[in-house]
Design a protein around this ligand. Structure first.
Ligand code: P70
Length: 460
């Protein structure tokens, strides 16, 4: 391992939050009371929390200073104007509609841009995104390249759209039956895999011929831009902000979960270029979120978001971010642990199919692996497999994703390399007793987004 590959933290720490490890006996009780669902574990019982990188980031001193300058006026808050100006400059979209988080923006976009029966092609599904598309009568169509569904293929830009699949869908269904293309940068459930600038450009060229709009899921756009700079010819010396802006120049708007690449704990927004769509979104935002000048966020949240978005484009920040995740992945790869390759931007994904070959997918291997990792070490992770995928709305059958994974998600600016070592050691130790991991069955299965609150028991 070359330590130069992993830059030291580009920050010093001036506020700390103690963490605490409870005993194995206590953890056994906790996970069984949580119904083997890591979402249901009280945070105080977690040692290292890799459930998500969503809203779990550490803010900078500047962001905290910004919080003190919150303008909590019901209408026309100056923090909104600052956020609007920042997003316009960095993303290049014309209009901004703030929302309480990413799914608020997905709700608005799905309502204004999908007619029932229309297809919504995307580079792999995401849980909340697909939910809102389907709720509004859309039919999700996966147009990501086949390689993305193969955990073992280590090739760059596995988030790319398969242009042939997209073209075939458009020609088969007719352009008027395509709502828009939803282009996620990076692709969460593929393993945090990026999309190349070339692919983004080609998606734009193809859809423009048919008059089809492209909306980005911008949630981890800065991470995507880092991969472009690192791995795509012609971008090695470009400032991050230029790369992000070029990416978005090929789209008509975006949804954003600010809880990721805006380096904040809460917030989101919808961006649009089209004036008519903007006007419809504003009519709806007052129903679901709040005034168009706050959308469910406090003034201080919008200020922290504006500052955080700019910070996330500093090269030292994003380089450390992506390479810290890679450090954990490299340690696991060296120990022969099956993980999704290459290592993506926000998380390392354990490949539960190879980790637990003794379990069938219906026995929820990734769910059980996540529960067992908690038991082993107090490390909390998240299932991203058949449980997350849910059921087909019409047939009631489980969706059976090829990728059956456990996500070790790294919050931004929160943990150190030594914490990554602890996590790696825990996974390696669990791998040594992997045959003991038992299958699970549902004791409670919610009807929508079941993974959040489902409960399970072990199959003896
Ligand atoms: C995660 C979080 C949120 C998210 C995302 C992408 C690519 C939209 C959103 C929604 C939180 C989460 C969400 C559903 C299931 C589990 C966890 N991802 N697009 O941990 O944004 O959460 O702000 O409404 O990753 O990956 P928001």
């Amino acid at each position: 391992m070359n330590p130069n590959n992993y830059p030291a933290e580009p920050f010093r720490i001036k506020s700390v939050e103690p963490v605490r490890m409870i005993s194995r006996d206590e953890r056994e009780k906790v996970i069984s009371e949580a119904g083997y669902n890591t979402f249901l574990i009280p945070s105080d019982d977690v040692y290292i929390d890799l459930l998500t990188d969503s809203g779990t980031n550490a803010m900078s001193d500047r962001q905290w200073a910004g919080m003190m300058m919150g303008d909590e006026a019901y209408a026309g808050s100056r923090n909104f104007l600052h956020l609007e100006e920042t997003v316009r400059e960095l993303f290049g979209f014309r209009y901004l509609v703030p929302t309480h988080q990413g799914r608020g923006a997905e709700n608005l976009l799905s309502q204004i841009a999908i007619r029932p029966g229309q297809y919504v092609p995307g580079n792999m599904y995401f849980t909340t995104t697909r939910y809102h598309q389907e709720r509004n009568g859309g039919i999700f169509a996966d147009v990501i390249c086949d390689e993305a569904h193969d955990a073992t293929l280590s090739i760059p830009f596995k988030g790319n759209v398969d242009l042939k699949k997209l073209q075939r869908l458009i020609e088969e269904k007719g352009a008027e039956n395509i709502a828009y293309v939803c282009l996620a940068v990076t692709v969460n459930l593929a393993g945090g895999q990026p999309v190349s600038m070339r692919n983004i450009r080609e998606v734009r060229e193809l859809t423009a011929r048919y008059g089809i709009k492209v909306f980005f899921d911008a949630t981890r756009c800065v991470e995507n831009a880092y991969f472009i700079r690192e791995q795509e010819e012609g971008y090695e010396d470009k400032p991050m902000a230029d790369i992000v802006r070029e990416m978005f120049s090929y789209g008509d708007g975006c949804t954003m979960s600010g809880k990721k690449d805006c380096l904040v704990n809460i917030g989101g927004f919808l961006c649009l270029n089209d004036e008519e769509l903007f006007s419809q979104a504003k009519e709806l935002v007052v129903v679901y979120e709040g005034m168009p000048s706050y959308g469910g966020m406090a003034g201080r949240d919008m200020e922290a978001m504006a500052i955080g978005l700019r910070e996330s484009m500093q090269f030292e920040y994003i380089e450390h971010r992506v390479k810290q995740v890679r450090y954990l992945g490299d340690r696991l790869l060296e120990a022969g642990i099956p993980v999704v390759e290459p290592i993506g931007g926000h998380a390392v994904f354990l490949d539960a199919r190879r980790f637990c070959p003794h379990l069938t997918q219906e026995q929820f291997p990734a769910q059980s692996l996540a529960a067992n990792l908690y038991l082993e070490s107090g490390v909390r992770s998240m299932e991203r497999g058949i449980v997350s995928a849910g059921r087909n709305r019409i047939t009631g059958e489980h969706h059976r994703p090829k990728l059956e994974t456990v996500r070790l998600t790294i919050p931004r600016r929160v943990y150190t390399y030594r914490h990554m070592d602890l996590v790696a050691d825990a996974v390696i130790s669990l791998y040594g007793r992997r045959e003991q991991i038992k299958g699970l069955r549902f004791v409670y299965e919610p009807r929508q987004l079941r993974f959040f609150t489902a409960r399970f028991e072990e199959i003896e």
